[in-house]
Design a protein around this ligand. Structure first.
Ligand SMILES: Nc1ncnc2c1ncn2[C@@H]1O[C@H](COP(=O)(O)OP(=O)(O)O)[C@@H](O)[C@H]1O
Ligand SMILES: [Mg+2]
Length: 396
């Protein structure tokens, strides 16, 4: 049977659809059975919730699993308390302090309209209204804080709200979720609330955690995966769980189409091809701008691949010397200096090459970083798809 198209038997179709419920590259998890790892972060956040006067900030890169953690936290807490209210809201770029709380109260009070016009919506008003509303306890999760256009007025009001809730020991926990900088901005100016606000960083996922995502999903689908395939997927994902979901989904579906319950390297190859084809438009276009050349044979894609493979520090930065070793591996010749590709690295930081990298520091000590964290896995998959490198060479 061809390794494409729709599954032939109803039985296969059921499995095929089920795989899409278990591996969800574009949706956060809200089912505990599918949630992997994050034990430390979950414990810390539950600690904050259990302590009166304590609130939390959950921050990390886009796509590391913040919303999933918030969802699962609510699932766990709902099961543990009787009179428990919870709200999770998403911020919009137009939201100001007032609109934000309006959204929260609409959910919390389960109503269509509030009498907000008659009041000054300030931190004291918020606290009083919350205390009046909440019997038992409550959690309010404000997700995607980074989408707000925050200003001094907003941050001051938000900080004061946290402070007054904390001072009055109100039985409500605020959890602010967002991409790192936005959250730093929020607290940097208001160190006085730090005591009341614990900061929980969501790092990228460890290899063990990523493997757990795969194993849990496979188990639920009654499928298996060759060990090398698991390792390859975990490596390609670079700590980002959405790539694990994406490759697992496509590889599973590829196996289901061939009526196999085990996923092997051929299925992964298919999955990589599919992932490259379906990548976000912005990723594809930045990539092709960055490697553009009018000549057939060019070194740009290879240098870029070497950048994707280069050893990075905690913040995702690498130096030119870190590119030497992977580039030697890709081209099969030894590079002892960086002079052959320094120029390319600098060009990758320019508009004409899509600004795929950014550069920090001073000359001779530059550090480079991919502007979009989702880019390196895509570059590696392109490298595999176009056979610039193969899976064995990859992880050596
Ligand atoms: N702990 C986890 N276990 C399994 N999958 C996860 C976990 N955390 C995140 N994911 C998956 O990773 C992707 C991104 O997660 P999401 O919660 O939306 O991240 P963020 O809110 O940080 O942008 C989603 O596909 C989600 O299903
Ligand atoms: Mg999110």
């Amino acid at each position: 049977m061809a390794n494409s198209g729709i599954p032939e038997s109803p039985d296969m179709m059921v499995r095929f659809m089920r795989s899409g419920e278990i591996f969800t590259p574009s949706a956060p998890i809200d089912n505990q059975a599918l949630f992997a790892g994050r034990v430390n972060q979950l414990n810390r956040i539950i600690g904050a919730v259990s302590q009166r006067g304590q609130h939390a900030i959950l921050f990390g890169e886009r796509g590391v699993g913040k919303t999933s953690l918030a969802n699962v936290l609510l699932k766990i807490l709902r099961g543990s308390q009787e009179q428990f209210k919870s709200v999770i809201i998403n911020c919009d770029s137009e939201d100001r302090f007032e609109q934000l709380w309006c959204k929260i109260f609409l959910e919390l009070e389960n109503t269509q309209n509030l009498d907000f016009e008659q009041h000054q919506v300030n931190p004291e008003f918020i606290r009083l209204r919350l205390q009046r509303q909440i019997v038992g306890s409550a959690i309010i999760i404000v997700d995607e804080m980074d989408r707000l256009k925050t200003d001094a007025y907003f941050t001051a009001f938000m900080a004061d709200t946290i402070k007054t809730l904390s001072d009055h020991s109100a039985n409500v926990t605020l959890i602010l979720v967002g991409v790192a900088n936005s959250v730093e901005e929020l607290i940097a100016e208001h160190l006085s609330i730090e005591r009341a606000l614990i900061q929980i960083q969501m790092p990228r996922m460890s290899s063990e955690e990523l493997t757990e995502i795969l194993l849990k999903g496979l188990d639920l689908l009654s499928m298996t995966m060759d060990r090398e395939v698991i390792q390859s997927i975990v490596f390609l994902a670079q700590g980002l769980p959405n790539y694990v979901h994406l490759l697992a989904l496509y590889a599973c579906q590829s196996a289901i189409r061939t009526n196999s319950s085990n996923i092997d390297a051929n299925h992964l190859t298919q999955a990589i091809k599919q992932a490259c084809e379906n990548a976000q438009h912005s990723i594809i276009s930045t990539y092709s701008t960055s490697i553009y050349s009018s000549r057939q044979e060019t070194i740009y894609p290879k240098v870029l691949l070497a950048c994707a493979l280069a050893k990075k520090d905690d913040t995702g930065c690498f130096r030119a010397v870190d590119v030497r070793e992977p580039l030697s591996r890709i081209l099969g010749k030894e590079y002892t200096t960086t002079s052959a590709f320094n120029r390319h690295l600098n060009q990758f930081c320019e508009e004409s090459r899509g600004k795929i990298l950014e550069k920090k520091g001073v000359e001779r000590h530059y550090r480079f970083r991919f502007v979009n964290a989702m880019m390196p896995p895509y570059i590696m998959m392109e490298g595999l798809r176009t056979e610039m490198i193969n899976l064995e060479q990859f992880q050596s």
